[in-house]
Design a binder for this molecule. Structure first.
Ligand SMILES: NC(=O)c1ccc[n+]([C@@H]2O[C@H](COP(=O)([O-])OP(=O)(O)OC[C@H]3O[C@@H](n4cnc5c(N)ncnc54)[C@H](OP(=O)(O)O)[C@@H]3O)[C@@H](O)[C@H]2O)c1
Length: 454
């Protein structure tokens, strides 16, 4: 197998891709022989590159020596299409078995996607009909609806949809995969999963990190395009979709698309930028890019009539956390002692993977007081050995031609349509400069009229 990574000197490669490939190797899941071809602009000596990658990755790698013999470094400027003829010559010289997989992974900013894809096609490195050659795109696929459509057209003119993998690593996360099982395999949830019983749903993905060295990419993107268009909308689609007619990939995606096509954004949106963003590397002095966004949305469907969905994501906050919080309506309660709380179902995605259900019970003692209780299921505690990382699962799926956890074109198209439509709201809303999470959450809870946001 040839696994080529464009943008291999970047953050994603060292943080996620190389560790995921290593775990697959350790678990005997890598097709042998394999070449991991790391492509970057800088003129590295191959061994220096491998040493640098190793110094940056965390964790135990007892078989690194043997694994890293499969890593090669190739220096090129992939914005220059004329350099791909030499690249093609180099790839051919690697003697990849004819029936071996040839996977091209674009771990780059989206504006490079059409340049690299066009050059790979022109140089016959990926060809229609050669089902062993595949191309993987990092998110976001495109910079807006227009560019996404253009990239897609370019691809499908020359190769088949089944050779194209648009990655959204959230879909590879254990708890995202768990949403449909919890919803549809349990009578107790599915029968009350609607506007009559649910008060509101929050989908939250916060990060403590700043943009670090990725300012050049991030400033063109912002929180809306970097997180909401893909991770948060995909999560929303899984949480809100109707029951599919069957469990096939196509039927599930059909239902997800119906949700995405029917999202209606309210004008109660908050955009924020962390204090100090303008001093980060590669950020223009007058940048208005949002590093935080909080959205109130509705879904036009019978199931979700008037039910608010709150989506919130941002950088430089107090902690890294991702969770879905489903808050149910008040029970018609006749207990007078002790204030019954609302039922809450919390699906924890990160850092803990688990599910917590809050309900009311009787306090111990002679009196009939109600008090809140919790059922707490820790998913990650029940996995024996290493819990597979999202990228590990998704790379293995590409090797096995399984696109079920990748986004289909119409999901991306619908998501971009909403993000594009938000540019007007963005133009008129103030950009809130935040120093602490506390002050920011105060602004959000006042705007949304929610007692607690987190
Ligand atoms: N980082 C993450 O955790 C993460 C998570 C999920 C998704 N993603 C997605 O993955 C993609 C890449 O993210 P990243 O964080 O790895 O970005 P990054 O750190 O900016 O890396 C991109 C790499 O591409 C190289 N590059 C840029 N232009 C080039 C050119 N013309 N020729 C050759 N190499 C060139 C850069 O090399 P130089 O150093 O020489 O400029 C840089 O090392 C983005 O679409 C992002 O949304 C990232």
């Amino acid at each position: 197998m040839l696994f080529s990574i464009f943008g291999a000197t970047g953050d994603l490669t060292t943080k996620k891709l190389i560790p995921a490939l290593y775990r697959l190797y350790e678990e005997d899941q890598m097709p042998e022989p394999f070449t991991i071809l790391c492509i970057g602009r800088r003129a590295y000596d191959e061994q220096d590159f491998i040493r640098e990658v190793r110094s940056k990755i965390e964790g135990q790698y007892p078989d690194w020596e043997a694994f890293s013999r499969g890593i090669h470094y190739y220096a090129m400027d992939f914005s220059d299409e004329s350099q791909f003829a030499a690249f093609e010559f180099y790839v051919r010289s690697q003697n990849i078995p004819t029936f071996g997989d040839k996977i091209y992974y674009l771990a780059t900013a989206p504006h490079y996607f059409p340049i690299i894809a066009r050059a790979l096609i022109a140089n016959r490195l990926i060809q229609r009909g050669d089902m062993r050659s595949k191309i993987v795109f990092e998110k976001p696929f495109g910079e807006d609806l227009e560019t996404a459509k253009a990239y897609n057209k370019l691809l499908l003119e020359s190769i088949d949809e089944s050779q194209v993998y648009r990655i959204d690593h959230y879909l590879g996360k254990e708890m995202l995969q768990n949403i449909l099982t919890v919803r549809f395999a349990n009578k107790i949830f599915e029968s009350i999963w609607n506007h009559e019983n649910i008060d509101h749903i929050k989908i939250i993905a916060l990060e403590s990190e700043t943009v670090k060295q990725r300012g050049g990419y991030y400033d063109r993107s912002g929180a809306l395009k970097d997180m909401v268009q893909n991770h948060l909308f995909q999560t929303l689609a899984l949480v809100a979709m109707d029951s599919p007619m069957g469990l096939s990939d196509a039927l599930i995606k059909n239902e997800k698309v119906k949700v995405l096509e029917n999202i209606q954004i309210s004008d109660e949106v908050i955009f924020g930028q962390y204090d100090g963003y303008l001093s980060e590397k590669d950020i223009p002095d007058d940048s208005k890019t949002e590093t935080f966004v909080a959205i109130k949305a509705y879904i036009n469907s019978q199931r979700w009539r008037n039910t608010p969905f709150y989506l919130m994501t941002g950088k430089k906050l107090s902690k890294k956390i991702a969770e879905i919080i489903v808050t149910f309506k008040d029970a018609n309660c006749f207990f007078e002692k002790g204030q019954p709380v609302k039922n809450i179902l919390k699906i924890e995605i990160f850092p803990r993977e688990g599910i917590i259900l809050q309900f009311n019970g009787k306090a111990p003692g002679l009196q009939a007081y109600t008090m809140p209780m919790k059922l707490d299921y820790c998913h990650m505690c029940n996995i024996i050995g290493n819990s597979p990382e999202a990228y590990e699962k998704l790379i293995l799926d590409v090797i096995h031609d399984d696109a079920s956890l990748f986004t289909r074109w119409d999901e991306i198209e619908s998501a971009w349509r909403i993000i594009d439509s938000m540019s007007n709201i963005k133009r008129f809303e103030p950009l809130y400069i935040y120093k602490t999470e506390e002050e920011l959450m105060k602004v959000v809870s006042e705007k949304w009229k929610l007692e607690s946001v987190l």
